[in-house]
Design a protein around this ligand. Structure first.
Ligand code: 8YV
Length: 320
């Protein structure tokens, strides 16, 4: 029997990650690559020293209450940890880590794509060409909203929010932000601070969400808040679906108050919202913010770095 720690990897991580994991640990990978069920997670807590999950595995208080005694660390392959009941895991003395930093650029670049795609009517245009329905052209045809030089409001000026601000500066956007704390000048890089979401919304011709999903941020973008945005604004969400009241977003689009939306995440995942499917003013992607080869490797390596530190008796860099 191997004396290496036994690790359950719940999804098919990048080849480089799995190669390194197999070199250093006694690894079982869920080759079926299906989301780990509550029963599978509970069973793993009896049989493994560590689990490396994605956001698709839910460590709720009910699941953790059924845990065995072997599991010592949950080394997430994600920056978001809303799928983990941190208090319940802590109460069982199970360490929890995440993978910040390494996915900021990939996620911010996707937020930029959402913004551009929504503003320039990418779904509508692509559909016209693709279906052979493009039968005329006029200067008045498919006129969209210009991103360059517009005001961008960012809710949550953490790593991803700041990475988006850097990219948006390349489009000469005027950056405004709302964050729990005002950033130091060298971190804000000229971005204008708002001490309330309401004040930020009033100026946000474009709005991008970058805060974690918590009980406090659930439904943060609701009917009242959409109404506070300038008419014709564009909202994008590459953070978590729970931040947006999807019925309120639909109503704001239907009324024309919000011109377009770009969404990489939804209240229901996988699947999304069927009520969005026939709306050409919503540019949608299936939660792929961090899905680049480079970032997937970096996320996997960061999760393994955390495991290495933990099993060497050191404090993992990303211990929550
Ligand atoms: C990941 C994410 O793809 O890291 C996160 O929080 O939402 C995504 O970018 C996913 O969580 C991987 O587990």
């Amino acid at each position: 029997m191997s004396d290496k720690p036994r690790i359950w990897i719940t999804r098919r991580l990048s080849d480089a990650t799995l190669k390194r994991a197999r070199r250093d640990y006694d690894v079982v990978v869920n080759e079926a690559d299906t989301p780990g069920t509550a029963d599978e997670i509970v069973a793993a807590s009896h049989d493994f020293d560590a689990i490396v999950p994605c956001h698709s595995e839910h460590f709720t208080a009910e699941v953790v209450a059924r845990f065995g005694d072997r599991l010592r660390i949950v080394a997430n392959h994600s920056v978001g940890v809303d799928h983990c009941d941190l208090a319940a895991l802590k109460a069982r003395d199970i360490a929890v880590t995440n993978t910040p930093d390494v996915l900021s650029d990939a996620t911010a670049e996707l937020a930029m794509l959402l913004m551009l795609g929504a503003a320039r009517r990418a779904v509508e245009g692509d559909t016209l060409v693709r279906t052979g329905a493009w039968d005329s052209w006029s200067p008045a045809f498919m006129v969209g909203k210009q991103v360059t030089g517009a005001r961008l409001g960012i809710i949550g000026m953490g790593r991803v929010g700041r990475a988006l601000a850097r990219k948006a500066r390349g489009f000469d956007m005027e950056i405004h932000y709302c964050n729990r704390n005002r950033l130091r000048a060298e971190m804000a890089e000229g971005a204008i601070y708002h001490d309330s979401i309401e004040s930020l919304l009033e100026v946000s011709e474009f709005l991008s969400l970058h805060c974690p999903a918590t009980p406090e941020t659930a439904g943060l973008m609701n009917a009242d808040r959409f109404a506070m945005m300038p008419k014709g604004s564009v909202m994008v969400n590459s953070a978590r679906g729970a931040l947006v009241d999807e019925a309120a977003l639909l109503a704001a689009l239907e009324s024309g108050h919000v011109a377009a939306a770009g969404l990489d995440c939804f209240v229901t995942e996988p699947g999304g919202n069927p009520a969005f499917s026939n709306r050409l003013d919503i540019f949608m992607l299936p939660h792929i913010g961090s899905a680049t080869t480079r970032t997937r490797d970096a996320m996997g390596f960061r999760a393994l770095d955390n495991l290495d530190a933990f099993f060497a008796g050191r404090t993992p860099k990303d211990l929550l």
